[in-house]
Design a protein around this ligand. Sequence first.
Ligand code: NAD
Ligand code: UDP
Length: 328
Amino acid sequence: MKKVLITGAAGFLGSHLCDRFLAEGFHVVGMDNFITGDLKNITHLKENPNFEFIEHDVTKYITITGTLDYILHFASPASPIDYLKIPIQTLKVGSLGTHNLLGLAKAKKARLLIASTSEVYGDPLVHPQTEDYYGNVNSIGPRGVYDEAKRFQESITMAYHRFHGIETRIVRIFNTYGPRMRLNDGRVIPAFMGQALRGEDLTVFGDGSQTRSFCYIDDQVEGIFKLLFSDYVYPVNIGNPNEISIKDFAEEIIKLTNTDQKIIYKDLPVNDPMQRKPDISLAKKLLQWEPKVQRTEGMEKTFSYFKGLSQDELYKSEHRDFSKHIKI
Ligand code: NAD
Ligand code: UDP
């Protein structure tokens, strides 16, 4: 049985990857320090004999006993609210954490796939974004802690590949959504759905003309799975190219949730990208992959998940108390 280590296992993407690798017959070791994740995302795996969990901060030295065939490094705060609240952990998990995982991959002769992001393109001047675009990132802006950590992560991964011959893969993930997103992580889909469920107005930042392209979790996991088992070492965009403005998206959510909420406008966050849409020609050609889930279907499934949350979770207004993790 092949063994895979998944970091960020208690998070949104990481927990779905655990499910997929277990379903494919792997032994899965999940690792997380719960800084933005939640134990409830993996409690259903507790009794599975092929799943083990290690509570650990990946910025500290990592020990895994026995063999290891694959590593998927998904640990990192991922929402703008999270990485603005914990900027130093964000920088550390992308840099020191990735360095530790590369060292582990080298020692175990394991293949490592890292979770990069469309944020490496910053506020892009090329549209849609192709993998050969170098990006337009403000290194000293508030989002710089995430964007630069991810850019460094790509650099050190390529350096380990070139210098040490480590087998590496880089996925550039575009906005992905689905069940198990944290309701209060501040990302636009949980934000709008939470507001609709609480009967609050939907907060559109700026004039809402900025665009995003949303990919359903099942499509994302399929793309990542295929990339891991391909022989391509350079970055590959995985996302859904169906682009929509945030204002139109807010209107869609009002229709979907069958509420009569209004849209209210708030300030646009600093360096908020004005447009984002992946060019997925490379993934199509290389992996014979393209997204299958339409936005209406994906949003319905996601809304059902949020509707199932308790009143307590729905009204919890804090984003998260990070104080116990802050030791810098
Ligand atoms: P998430 O916050 O739900 O999950 C991240 C997980 O990593 C959490 O469980 C958190 O506790 C854990 N973590 C953070 N720092 C850690 C550390 N030092 N040690 C151990 N665990 C740690 O976020 P997500 O949306 O699931 O994102 C997962 C990965 O995918 C991230 O690397 C993110 O940058 C990348 N990504 C996600 C998206 C998206 O749209 N969801 C887009 C681009 C990139
Ligand atoms: N956004 C918004 N209202 C919200 C939350 C987000 O209008 O309550 C906007 C945000 O400014 C951005 C887009 O929605 O333009 C997507 O934001 P998100 O935080 O989901 O992720 P990003 O793609 O910016 O990383």
